[in-house]
Design a protein around this ligand. Structure first.
Ligand code: CMP
Length: 140
């Protein structure tokens, strides 16, 4: 498998509890490299646009309110098979289903406040990276 890039968000429940470093350590321990990173406070428009694919879901309003409630850390992670590797390190969306040692098992509070987001496919990774970063902000 070739070197890939994927997009990651450390979500408000995690930044609020000062877990940014512990979560980045999990990525790095798994062989993922942080090649872009910034701490931002998303606007409502940014969050609604980012999660537009979920806009018909019953939890959309709750999801957007949560994502703008505190700062987040948006990142680009690079490595061999980075998309799948990141999803493995994150664990299942619902922390109740997440495997031992994963970020969501150790840190997530609920299916909504689940500490991290990660791209699910190469196309979404490219779109999500471009949503928050310009090419010159990514330094591999
Ligand atoms: P994420 O990977 O960021 O993509 C969409 C998010 O929607 C997901 O993580 C969860 O945080 C959130 N989500 C999914 N299902 C629910 C749900 N049933 N209730 C609240 N939030 C949800």
């Amino acid at each position: 498998m070739a070197v890939q890039r994927t997009f990651s968000i450390i979500k408000p429940d995690a930044t609020k509890r000062n877990l940014t470093g512990k979560i980045i350590a999990k990525f790095e321990d798994a062989g993922l490299r942080v090649v872009a990173s910034k701490r931002i406070h998303m606007t409502r428009e940014q969050a609604e646009g980012f999660y537009a694919v979920h806009k018909e879901r019953p939890f959309f309003g709750e999801l957007v309110d949560f994502m703008i409630s505190e700062p987040v850390v948006v990142q680009v992670l690079e490595g061999e098979d980075a998309i799948a590797k990141n999803r493995e390190v994150m664990g299942a969306t619902n922390p109740a289903d997440a495997a031992d040692g994963t970020i969501r098992k150790e840190f997530a509070l609920s299916i909504g406040e689940n500490s991290v987001h990660g791209s699910d496919a190469p196309e979404t990774a490219a779109e999500e990276i471009a949503y928050f970063f310009s090419d010159d902000e990514i330094v591999g």
